[in-house]
Design a protein around this ligand. Structure first.
Ligand SMILES: [Zn+2]
Ligand SMILES: [Zn+2]
Length: 276
């Protein structure tokens, strides 16, 4: 049995946030780290967007050299204050752009790599027109089938915002219940478990109309009951005020789903198990 570290009453992690190194965020790492420190978070990861798909708004924006230069500075600034800062990345469509993403992962000392799916073929999962033109069954089947391909491909540490289509689905269809898609989600979880890929509870959905974590309780229970153990928390914040957003809610959900611990990452390996 791996040693489990008590959480000491603080929030163990916020492992999903973006700074000006992402195309859709504008704040410095220090701006975000300052809030994390003030809110009692022990570890954070800056998981900037790296989206090679040419149609993606972030395509061509990510540059690891200035990212790691700034990271080095804030690590020195905040380590003495008790905040650990991990080198993260949110890689888009890794299974389709391995030749672009893998050399970057090999060349730089990342701690934690999220695998994300923002596109189903040439349809963005945030494109309301695509959802309006298709039935809920089609958009869900298209998304989760592609997500299972990504998870089967592997090569990253944690699957990001696993049911992200809920954001647009809810806006367009007025409804999203993951229980409707259990048969589509379980193969994704199986692929994650087979490949040693963890999942995150992403709290950003609680800031949106759908008002659910990504994923929500039923899907967390399936992953746990199928034998999934690797779980992290992330706010997906793009600005300081969202750092640590609803982490207590996420921890409650994790416990309710049956988890007793979270894991931290260092240099692409599980570093510690933190008691929930
Ligand atoms: Zn994302
Ligand atoms: Zn993100």
């Amino acid at each position: 049995m791996s040693r489990i570290t008590p959480s000491n009453g603080l929030f163990p992690m916020d492992y999903h946030m973006h700074t000006h190194h992402s195309c859709d965020a504008h704040h410095t790492m220090a701006d975000m780290a300052q809030v994390a420190l003030a809110r009692g978070i022990r570890e954070i990861a800056f998981t900037e967007h790296f989206d090679p798909k040419p149609e993606d708004m972030c395509a061509g924006c990510y540059d690891p050299a200035p990212y790691f230069a700034e990271l080095d500075e804030v690590r020195h600034q905040f380590a003495p204050l008790g905040l650990t800062i991990r080198a993260g990345l949110e890689a888009g469509e890794y299974h389709l752009y391995t030749d672009t993403i893998q050399p970057v992962l090999d060349a730089w000392p990342y701690d934690y790599v999220l695998g994300s799916l923002h596109w189903v073929g040439d349809h963005s999962v945030f494109d309301a027109a695509y959802f309006q033109a298709s039935a809920a069954e089609e958009t869900a089947a298209g998304y989760f089938t592609e997500l299972a391909r990504l998870a089967r491909h592997g090569g990253f540490d944690v699957l990001s915002h696993a049911d992200v289509i809920k954001r647009t689905s809810y806006r367009v269809y007025g409804h999203f219940d993951i229980a409707d898609w259990e048969d589509l989600v379980r193969p994704v979880w199986q692929a994650c478990i087979d490949n040693g890929i963890g999942i995150e509870i992403n709290t950003s959905g609680l800031r949106l109309a759908v008002s659910q974590t990504q994923p929500s309780l039923p899907a967390l229970k399936w992953y746990h009951d199928m034998g999934g153990e690797l779980l992290t928390l992330g706010s997906d914040s793009h600005r300081p005020e969202h750092v640590g957003f609803e982490l207590a809610t996420a921890m409650d959900l994790a416990r309710e789903a049956g988890f007793t611990r979270l894991c931290t990452y260092e240099r692409r390996q599980v570093a510690q198990w933190i008691a929930l």
